[in-house]
Write a protein that binds this ligand. Structure first.
Ligand SMILES: Cc1cc2nc3c(=O)[nH]c(=O)nc-3n(C[C@H](O)[C@H](O)[C@H](O)COP(=O)(O)OP(=O)(O)OC[C@H]3O[C@@H](n4cnc5c(N)ncnc54)[C@H](O)[C@@H]3O)c2cc1C
Length: 421
C-alpha cells in the first residue's frame, strides 16, 4: 500500500550528493523528500576538497557558510617520493584566479550537516533515522521507496523520480546488478586521526600531503583539519595490505607508518584519536546512470580512488547534472531513463579524465617529476586536473600524453544505455 502524497522526487541519502541534488531541485520549486538512515552530524571519510567544488557551492548559495564554517583553507597538494623527498607543491592559483583557487579541508560531520540543513532551508523535507529498505517497482519502472524506521506513515512512499544517493551502500546499483568494480584499483585503506603533530606554515599549512612509503607499495594522505586534528590514511593494493598481514588494523597501520619517515617526523608527539578503520574495494562504476523513474548520484553511481580527493567534487557535480536533468524531465512529464540520464556521457567523460591520472599515479614508471621533465608544457593541464577543472577546461592534450605514458587497461564497462536492465 502506498502512503502519503506522491512527491516529485525522493532522494535516498543525505551526504553531499543527496543534499545537493535535493537542494537544487527544491530551489527550482520541486517537492522533494530526502531520507537518510543516520542521524546528523555523522562521521564520514573524505575530508579534502578539490577547488572546483567552488562552483557548486556558489550555485547552492553556501559559499558564505563555507567561509564561516570550521574548515581549513587548502591552497595546494604536495607529493613525496618513496625516497622521502617532497616535490614542490602544486598551487591551485597556478591555473585558477581569485577565490576559487582556494578550497577547504573539511571535517565531514559539520560539513555534511551544513549541506543537509541548507537543503532543508531551501524547502526539502529532510527525514533522518529512516532506512530505505527497497525500491517500489511497477514492472521496470521505479515508482517509490520502501522504508523502515521513522513514522508509520512513512513505510511505502510514492515518488515520480527516485534519486539514489546512498553512497558506497549503493541501494539501487546493487539491487539491479549495475556495479562494475574497477579492475586496476583494487585497493584497501586504513585510516585514523591524530591530535597535534607538525604542520607546515603559511599558505602550506592547509596543504594535502601525499607521501609514498619507502618500498613504493603504498601511500599516505595527511590532511590537516581544524582544532589541531589531522586525518591520516594509507592506501595500497589488496594483495599488499591484506594478504599475509595481521588482522589487527592498528598493527598494519603502524607497520606502514614506519615505512614513511617524512610522515613519522610529522606525527612525532601527536596523539591518535580513535581506532584505525578499514575500507576496501571502493573503486567502481555503474553500468547505467539512470533508468525509468530513477537516477544515481555520487558514490551510489561510482567512486574513483582517494588519491586526488575527487570524491566529494564528483558527488556535487553529479548532483548538479542530475538535478538539471530531473527538473527538465519533470517539466516534460517524460521520466524515461533516456531523459533522466541525458547528462551521463558528459559526466562520465570528466570522471574518465581523472581516471587516467589515477592510473598514471599507480603505474610503476610514472612520477610527476619524470613526467613534467619530459613534458613541461603539460604542467598547466596537470594542475587543472588536480583542481578538478575537467568540466571547465579542455584537458585532452594531457590525456593523450598520459595515454602514451601509462595507458589505461581495456575497461569499458559503461553502457549508459537508458533502457531497462
Ligand atoms: C579511503 C577513502 C578516502 C577518501 N578521501 C576523500 C577525500 O579526501 N576527498 C574527497 O572528496 N573524497 C574522499 N573520499 C570519497 C568520499 O568519501 C565520497 O566520495 C563522498 O562521501 C560521496 O558522497 P555521497 O553523498 O555520494 O555519499 P555519502 O557521503 O556516503 O552519503 C551517503 C548517505 O546515504 C545514507 N544511506 C545509505 N544507505 C541508505 C539507505 N538504505 N537508506 C537511507 N539512507 C542511506 C548514508 O547514511 C549516508 O549519509 C574518500 C573515500 C575513501 C574510501
Amino acid at each position: 500500500m502506498l502512503s502519503g502524497t506522491r512527491r516529485d522526487v525522493i532522494v535516498v541519502g543525505g551526504g553531499p550528493a543527496g543534499a545537493a541534488t535535493a537542494a537544487l531541485l527544491a530551489m527550482n520549486g520541486r517537492d522533494v523528500l530526502l531520507l537518510d538512515r543516520e542521524e546528523f552530524p555523522r562521521y564520514r571519510i573524505g575530508e579534502s576538497l578539490m577547488p572546483a567544488t567552488y562552483w557548486t557551492f556558489q550555485r547552492l548559495g553556501v559559499l558564505e557558510k563555507m567561509h564561516a564554517g570550521p574548515f581549513v583553507k587548502k591552497e595546494s597538494v604536495r607529493f613525496f617520493a618513496p625516497s622521502g623527498r617532497g616535490a614542490l607543491p602544486f598551487y591551485f592559483d597556478e591555473v585558477e584566479q581569485g577565490e576559487s583557487s582556494i578550497t577547504w579541508q573539511v571535517d565531514r560531520a559539520p560539513f555534511d550537516k551544513m549541506l543537509l540543513d541548507h537543503a532543508a532551508e531551501k524547502g526539502v523535507e529532510v527525514r533522518t533515522g529512516v532506512n530505505v529498505t527497497d525500491l517500489l517497482m511497477e514492472r521496470e519502472r521505479v515508482v517509490g521507496v520502501q522504508t523502515s524506521g521513522g513514522d508509520r506513515d512513512m513505510r511505502s512512499l510514492p515518488g515520480r523520480v527516485v534519486v539514489d544517493a546512498s553512497g558506497q551502500n549503493g541501494l539501487l546499483a546493487r539491487r539491479l546488478g549495475l556495479r562494475v568494480m574497477d579492475p586496476g584499483l583494487r585497493h584497501v585503506s586504513y585510516f585514523t586521526r591524530f591530535h597535534g603533530g607538525l604542520r607546515d606554515s603559511g599558505r602550506d599549512a592547509g596543504a594535502t600531503l601525499i607521501l609514498r612509503t619507502g618500498n613504493g607499495d603504498s601511500w599516505f594522505w595527511s590532511i590537516p583539519l581544524s582544532d589541531d586534528l589531522v586525518s591520516v590514511g594509507v592506501v595500497g593494493h589488496i594483495d599488499y595490505l591484506l594478504k599475509g598481514r595481521s588482522k589487527d588494523a592498528q598493527e598494519v597501520f603502524t607497520e606502514e607508518r614506519a615505512l614513511c619517515p617524512p610522515l613519522e617526523d610529522r606525527l612525532q608527539g601527536a596523539t591518535q584519536e580513535g581506532p584505525v578503520q578499514v575500507l576496501r574495494d571502493f573503486s567502481y562504476i555503474s553500468s547505467r546512470i539512470a533508468g525509468d523513474g530513477w537516477v544515481l548520484v555520487g558514490d551510489a553511481f561510482g567512486f574513483l580512488d582517494p588519491i586526488y580527493s575527487s570524491g566529494v567534487f564528483l558527488a556535487l557535480k553529479s548532483a548538479e547534472y542530475a538535478a538539471d536533468s530531473i527538473h527538465e524531465a519533470l517539466a516534460a512529464d517524460d521520466l524515461l531513463g533516456s531523459r533522466l540520464g541525458r547528462h551521463g556521457e558528459e559526466f562520465v567523460a570528466g570522471v574518465e579524465s581523472l581516471r587516467r591520472l589515477v592510473y598514471a599515479f599507480y603505474d610503476d614508471n610514472f612520477s610527476f617529476a619524470k613526467f613534467l621533465r619530459h613534458y613541461p608544457q603539460a604542467r598547466e593541464d596537470l594542475v587543472n586536473l588536480l583542481v578538478g577543472n575537467v568540466y571547465r577546461r579542455d584537458c585532452s592534450g594531457l590525456i593523450e600524453l598520459l595515454d602514451r605514458w601509462a595507458p589505461l587497461p581495456d575497461y569499458r564497462p559503461l553502457r549508459l544505455s537508458h533502457s531497462a536492465t
